[in-house]
Each structure stands twice: as structure tokens, then as C-alpha cells.
Write a protein that binds this ligand. Structure first.
Ligand SMILES: *Cc1c(COP(=O)(O)O)cnc(C)c1O
Length: 363
């Protein structure tokens, strides 16, 4: 059917368009003599804050640390609980553990695959301090509804935007809706670096100042640690490269959306689509469907040169690493069913329409 492989991601395909600007940015940093927490990080942080409608950005080493830094800056740690979902990337829950807190897993709404917000209040206990909603696959969680449902308990709402940069809800960018947000610049993400990078965002200046301390050994002044600290900094080289790529993000997400519309239209009826959140513009980080006999379908597609993925095969509550996590009494039946049927189809900004047609025909 196709004479070349259809890949899940293709970093090299985007390079010709940005190659010279990336090299110029690298050269600028090399010549500047400043490699850590300098003008490039400042500049990129300002652009990110602007893209989120104003606030404070703190560049960190990766998306996992962005969550941990935000939790620690808020004073969350040992003995505290943080509600999230079990159908997310492992790092969401690792970040909770890294802060010293315990994950509590909420089941999902089967239509969207996102945290079922109606179930959140019943999971709140005396030690619950925060909720991390994950905008999974780029589909925004309804944060205003979550704020409403958790307001009485003064929960810290930390948006995990690792998969959703460029998505909006009610016209506002994800990351600007809760109390704080985390972003990842892992190479496959909507805004990818050539290595690791991450960022925390908040509109609260005091919280932002704390985030800045936590990422840098806990220093509140030179060589003086006043609280918990990591070493988790975005470096100047990556900040400079990300400054080249950030202005291209909207066009790149728009291209993802076009391809997703084509999938929506051409996929056969036996392939179940996930529902996008009302009043949202989906970030389309991943195009995920549900099918019966998922592994057999993936194997057949592979024989035709079509790469697929599963995001994610193992729900977190079934992993030894999270054996201590708290679960609802009824378990997580929707999460488990979802994990057994999901299949991620190739979707990236440099994919062409013929590739989408070929995948749909193969399915
Ligand atoms: C990628 C990802 C992270 C972690 O980001 P890293 O930069 O790899 O640490 C966290 N949460 C979700 C949902 C992710 O997809």
C-alpha cells in the first residue's frame, strides 16, 4: 500500500525549515559566554508568559521537574496527597512522589479519556492538597469546572500541559486556567527541544518567586537555601533554540488539527474516536482511537509500514512503583478498559495527507 514507512514522529523532517535559525541561536549562546540562567532563558520565559496571556514562567530541566517544582513551591510534600489520573505518562505520578507526596488516582470519563471531574470531590481527604489534571493527547480538561468542584477544599490546581501546548479552552490557552501549569519540551512534544527542557507557569508572583528558588538549590539569596531545592534549570542553549521554535508553534498545532480533521472524516466506523472537550481547540499532540483487538490491529498496520503507539498500555495503579497510591473503592474500571483498547495513529506536523489516507484505508 505504501512504499515508505509512516512514522509516529519525525524530528528531521522539520529541520530544513529552521536549521539556519537554530544554528545562529546556538552560535549566539556560544559567543555570549553565558550558559546558565542568563538572557536567553529570560527571553524565552517572557515569550512563554506572553503566549499564556501574561504571568510568570520559570524554565526548568524537563516536564517532570516542572510539576515537582510547582508542588514544592506550593509547600506540598511528605504526608500530602495529590489527585491525578492513572492513564497518564509515568512522570506525572513520579513528580508527585519526587515532591514526597502520595498520588490518588481518579477514574476517567470514558468519552474523552480525561479525569472524570464529577468523581473528584469524593476523593478529597484530610491530606489532599492538590489536583493535577492532565490535558491528555492535547484535549483540555475543563479547568473552570475543576476549580468550581475543588474550591471549598482550597486545592491547588496544577495543569499538566506536557501534551497540550497550543490548545485552548473557552478561547484561553491551557496553562493559564488553573493556579499553575507545567510544560515539557521533550523532543516529541508540540514544542520540542533537541534534548530535555521544561517550564512552570503561574500568574501568582509569590509562587513564581518560590519556583525560581526551588529550581536553583532552594536559594533565596546567594549560597543560602531557605527551603526545598533541586538543580533543575533550562539551559541557555535550549532556551535560545526554543525561542526560534515558539513563534512557529501555532502553525504547527494548526497543521496537527487539519490532519486530525481528516482522520475524523476518513476513519472507518469500527474505529472509535475520542470526544473533544466542548469549547476547546484541541492541541492534537496524539491522535488516539479505540479499537477491539488492539494489539492485532497494531501488528497488521506494522506489516504495512505504519507505526503506531499505545499511550499508555499500563495504567499507573497497576505498576509496582505506585503500589502505595490511594484508589477509589470501586477501582478504576474506565481507565482499565481504555488502556486495553487505545491505539495512537501517526500524527505530526510534517505528515502528509496521503499518509493519513493510507492509515485510514489500512484500518
Ligand atoms: C512528557 C510528559 C511529562 C514529562 O515530561 P518530561 O519532559 O519527559 O519530563 C509529564 N506529563 C505528561 C502527560 C507527559 O506527556
Amino acid at each position: 500500500m505504501t512504499d515508505r514507512a509512516i512514522k509516529m514522529f519525525d524530528y528531521r523532517a522539520e529541520l530544513p525549515g529552521i536549521h539556519d535559525d537554530v544554528l545562529a541561536a546556538v552560535e549566539r549562546v556560544l559567543q555570549s559566554g553565558w550558559l546558565i540562567l542568563g538572557p536567553e532563558v529570560d527571553r524565552f520565559e517572557r515569550s512563554m508568559s506572553e503566549s499564556l496571556g501574561g504571568g510568570y514562567s520559570v524554565g526548568v530541566a524537563n516536564g517532570t521537574d516542572a510539576l515537582t517544582v510547582a508542588l514544592l513551591a506550593r509547600g506540598i510534600g511528605a504526608g500530602d496527597e495529590v489527585i491525578t489520573v492513572a492513564n497518564t505518562a509515568v512522570p506525572t505520578a513520579n513528580a508527585i512522589r519526587q515532591a514526597g507526596a502520595l498520588p490518588v488516582f481518579c477514574d476517567i470519563d470514558p468519552a474523552t479519556g480525561l479525569m472524570d471531574l464529577a468523581r473528584v470531590p469524593s476523593l478529597i481527604g484530610p491530606r489532599t492538597r492538590a489536583v493535577i489534571p492532565v490535558h491528555l493527547y492535547g484535549n483540555p480538561v475543563n479547568i473552570p469546572e475543576l476549580l468550581e468542584r475543588s474550591r471549598a477544599h482550597d486545592l491547588f490546581v496544577l495543569e499538566d500541559c506536557a501534551q497540550a501546548q497550543g490548545a485552548t479552552l473557552g478561547g484561553k490557552p491551557v496553562g493559564s486556567l488553573g493556579h499553575a501549569a507545567s510544560f515539557s519540551f521533550y523532543p516529541t512534544k508540540n514544542l520540542g527541544a533537541y534534548g530535555d527542557g521544561g517550564l512552570c507557569f503561574t500568574r501568582d508572583p509569590l509562587l513564581a518567586a518560590k519556583m525560581g528558588e526551588v529550581r536553583r538549590y532552594g536559594f533565596s539569596k546567594r549560597d543560602y537555601a531557605s527551603g526545598p531545592g533541586l538543580n533543575s534549570r533550562l539551559d541557555e542553549l535550549h532556551a535560545a533554540i526554543l525561542s526560534v521554535k515558539l513563534p512557529l508553534l501555532q502553525a504547527s498545532v494548526a497543521r496537527r488539527r487539519e490532519l486530525a480533521v481528516l482522520y475524523d472524516r476518513l476513519l472507518p466506523a469500527h474505529v472509535e474516536r475520542l470526544v473533544a472537550t466542548t469549547a476547546s481547540e484541541h492541541g492534537r499532540h496524539l491522535y488516539v482511537v479505540r479499537v477491539a483487538d488492539r494489539d492485532a490491529v497494531a501488528a497488521r498496520l506494522a506489516t504495512q509500514g505504519i507505526e503506531t503507539g499505545v499511550h499508555y498500555r499500563y495504567p499507573l495503579h497497576q505498576m509496582p512503583a505506585f503500589a502505595a497510591a490511594r484508589l477509589p473503592a470501586e477501582g478504576l474500571p474506565h481507565t482499565e478498559l481504555h488502556a486495553s483498547r487505545i491505539l495512537s495513529l501517526p500524527l505530526h506536523p510534517t505528515l502528509d495527507e496521503d499518509a493519513v489516507r493510507a492509515v485510514c484505508a489500512a484500518l
